[in-house]
Design a protein around this ligand. Structure first.
Ligand code: PLP
Length: 495
């Protein structure tokens, strides 16, 4: 990477280099249709100023063409790779990353199945018209009602997560006179994150059952004529950049898969999701096509060693399909230059806190996982030198940070629109009403037009669930969230 002509702020993390141009939209971090037009950030052919004027901020923006393209590319990457080794692949979109009716439809139109992990996600997928046979249902503590509903609608597969669940799913299947297809979630002992993976014999976590117990669990499943065992399932982690963790996990699972073949058919293996995306310029995830090929080759080699046929292999990516295709627009409010000691001798440097009109209620990942993000001024470009900033939210929590560290032009000012990259996954889906802040709208952009796919919450929405609330003319809330001016016409109005 070229060395910048600007000095680094000593408070900046090691991975963050000083850009020569703090307006530049680093490729790979932003959705594919993001560019600058006359200095202004545009996405899906729509200017950010137009989005802000119409919908206010904070605002989640989803690049529809990009989501659809990544979904189709992911599917073909896995299908092609497994076809090359004489087998087949299935791709489930992991709805937990972001699920709405429209997005579920984009996925099915791209030929993907959908993976849900609660009754609510199941309801969204069904409302979208997804064929229940193309759904998988996860969860370590599915309620009896959730299991019953999933079985009754004819769900394609239930991923059994415990010994108790075998009996619960079997009972539901018998009640409905169905044969329910099931997978068994196991812990392969492989944990992966970013580029490293750790392989252990035992896992200390709530999901699935130990690989060593899989044979007994599958025998228990096979005792129920109302259950049809599809195969093992394992999800090794998230934000994984390479194929090594998947390869190790697949090898461990296939050894057990071979033993299970003795007692009956095992047509599939599910290796879960977890493919990473770039949140900062320091992130370098492998392209999905490369990962798919490497995983398929490893599966082929392991099956050849074990002398078993290659099963159909299923995957459940979420973040890698929708993460980069989303961004969040905020309006900058107050800013403060805070002098911070960075050395024992008391040497200090200045960190600029720029506060925005959202925060941990619309993006919990920074507070929850210490996630890193990248930010740019969306409404203009400027020649000002880069300054280290921390983008903070408006919540009553000092950990309410959206972007821990990035460089923005030093003249960033109240009223500027800030765009945070790669917020498509696990932001809206993890959003809360902390401090009684309404969750922002989600707007899809495509070919120069925009539309609301999930409306934002208003004060009226927030008050409506308060059992003691008595609507009256005097108490009628005047302000809708986002707090910036709302359109009064029908389309796109959030109030
Ligand atoms: N499958 C399972 C079982 C998961 O738990 C998750 C995420 O937690 C996923 C798939 C999706 O992971 P990602 O969005 O990182 O691809």
């Amino acid at each position: 990477m070229a060395v910048s002509s600007f000095a680094a702020n000593p408070l900046a993390p090691d991975w963050l280099s000083v850009p020569d141009d703090a307006n530049a939209l680093v490729s790979g971090l932003w959705s594919r249709t993001v560019s600058r037009d006359a200095g202004e950030l545009t996405v899906g052919g729509v200017r950010s100023s137009e989005l802000v004027a119409h919908y206010g901020t904070p605002l989640y923006v989803v690049d529809e063409a990009d989501v659809r393209a990544r979904a189709a590319e992911t599917r073909s990457a896995f299908v092609d790779a497994f076809e090359r080794i004489g087998s087949a692949a299935k791709v489930y979109y992991a709805g937990k990353a972001f699920l709405s009716i429209e997005v579920a439809r984009w996925m099915t139109e791209a030929g993907l199945n959908v993976d849900v992990c609660s009754g609510g996600e199941l309801a969204v997928a069904l409302a979208a018209g997804v064929d229940p046979m193309n759904l998988g249902f996860h969860g370590n503590n599915k309620s009896l009602a959730e299991i019953d509903r999933a079985v009754s609608v004819g769900i394609g597969a239930i991923i059994i997560d415990s010994a108790q669940e075998i009996e619960r799913v079997a009972a539901a299947a018998e009640r409905h006179g169905r044969v329910q297809r099931v997978r068994l979630r196991v812990n392969s002992g492989v944990h992966a994150h970013t580029h490293a993976f750790l392989a252990t014999a035992h896992e200390d976590q709530k999901f699935g059952i130990a690989l060593a117990d899989a044979t007994d669990a599958v025998a228990a499943i096979r005792q129920h004529p109302a259950l049809d065992f599809l195969g093992l399932h394992c999800h090794i982690g998230s934000q994984i950049f390479g194929a090594d963790g998947f390869a190790e996990s697949a090898a461990r699972l296939l050894a057990v898969h071979k033993r299970l073949l003795v007692g009956g058919h095992v047509p599939e293996l599910n290796l879960g999701g977890g493919f990473g995306v770039a949140y900062t310029a320091a992130d370098d995830p492998s392209p999905i096509r490369e990962l798919a090929s490497r995983i398929a080759e490893t599966v082929a080699a392991a099956c050849a060693d074990l002398d078993i046929p290659v099963p159909v292999v299923a995957f459940e990516p979420g973040r890698s399909i929708i993460g980069t295709a989303g961004l969040t627009l905020y309006t900058a409010g107050t800013s403060k230059d805070v002098r911070v000691a960075y050395q024992d001798d008391g040497e200090t440097a200045v960190r600029r806190y720029v506060s925005v009109d959202g925060g941990m209620s619309d993006n919990a990942r920074t507070a929850l996982y210490g996630a890193d993000y990248s930010v740019r001024i969306a409404n203009r470009v400027t020649d000002a030198p880069p300054a280290l900033v921390r983008v903070a939210g408006k919540h009553c929590e000092s950990g309410d940070i959206v972007v821990d560290a990035d460089y923005l032009p030093a003249d960033v000012a109240p009223g500027d629109v800030l765009a945070v990259a790669a917020t498509g996954a696990y932001c809206w889906s993890l959003a809360s009403n902390y401090n009684h802040v309404g969750r922002p709208a989600v707007v899809a952009v495509r070919d120069g037009s925009s539309r609301v796919i999930v409306r934002g919450e208003t004060e009226a929405d927030l008050l409506a669930r308060d059992a003691a609330y008595v609507p009256s003319a005097a108490a009628e809330p005047a302000t809708a969230y986002p707090a910036t001016e709302q359109p009064t016409d029908g389309e796109g109005a959030q109030a």
